[in-house]
Design a protein around this ligand. Structure first.
Ligand SMILES: [Zn+2]
Length: 231
């Protein structure tokens, strides 16, 4: 099916074959729910599944094991009640969420934000990459910004790179958007967005972080971007 996910052409033939399998599996095995007013078409399912599956492309897992369901809203979800703001202070102001992922619970997505990310894949942020990066983070048992890395050596290297990179965001000295300073879990989710959408910016300002993410995801997003620019 041809649809709004703008990046099908960027993948190598073998990547595309795996991506199509992952997407088909995600679409068929996910429990999809439409919030009131949302028309949950096949295209909506495929656009979400395609972006979620991009993260799995180089990994040795084929599914997000603990995702019970995906709930799709038409636009951003307004939440009221006290919450911690990006500045770390408590706030009662309503929140407008483009997405949310909680351990063992559903992934909530606003279609307006998903579509924006699919149509403009180089805009620098992407709610589907963000929320499903959280799901990968949760696979290690705790949501702390460290996904399953496979070895102690890789975990040590991850901490060596991510700790100072996180400190730079907190200090306001990073190319990552400020929301990454919320906590290490948000840092990983925002860094994942940058890795897949603007790897050129990431590699220029946070080269070691780019390399760490390339090693984790086993995808060379700079090479993919360069191929896009040369066509
Ligand atoms: Zn988040």
């Amino acid at each position: 099916m041809r649809c709004e996910f703008a990046q099908w052409d960027l993948f190598e033939t073998d990547e595309l074959a795996r991506l199509r399998l992952l997407v088909a599996r995600f679409v068929s095995e996910t429990d999809w729910e439409a919030a009131r007013g949302m028309d949950l078409t096949d295209e909506v399912r495929v656009v979400i599944a395609a972006q979620a599956s991009v993260l799995l492309l180089g990994l040795e897992i084929d599914e997000y094991f603990d995702v019970s369901s995906v709930i799709v809203h038409r636009s951003t979800v307004k939440l009221s009640g006290a919450h911690r703001s990006t500045a770390g202070t408590m706030s009662d102001a309503p929140q407008h969420l483009a997405g949310q992922a909680t351990p063992g619970g559903p992934v909530v997505l606003a279609w307006s934000a998903v579509r924006q990310g699919a149509r403009f894949p180089r805009q620098g942020n992407n709610v589907v990459y963000h929320e499903f990066a959280h799901r990968l983070d949760m696979l290690s048992g705790i949501t702390d910004g460290t996904p399953p890395l496979g070895s102690d050596k890789a975990a040590v290297r991850w901490a060596e790179v991510c700790t100072p990179a996180y400190e730079r965001v907190v200090a306001g000295e990073s190319a990552l958007r400020p929301y990454a300073a919320t906590n290490p879990a948000e840092f990983f989710a925002v860094a994942t967005e940058a890795f897949f959408t603007r790897p050129d910016v990431l590699v220029q300002h946070e080269r070691e972080l780019y390399v760490a993410l390339r090693a984790f995801y086993r995808q060379d997003t700079i090479r993919r971007l360069n191929a896009e620019l040369s066509t």
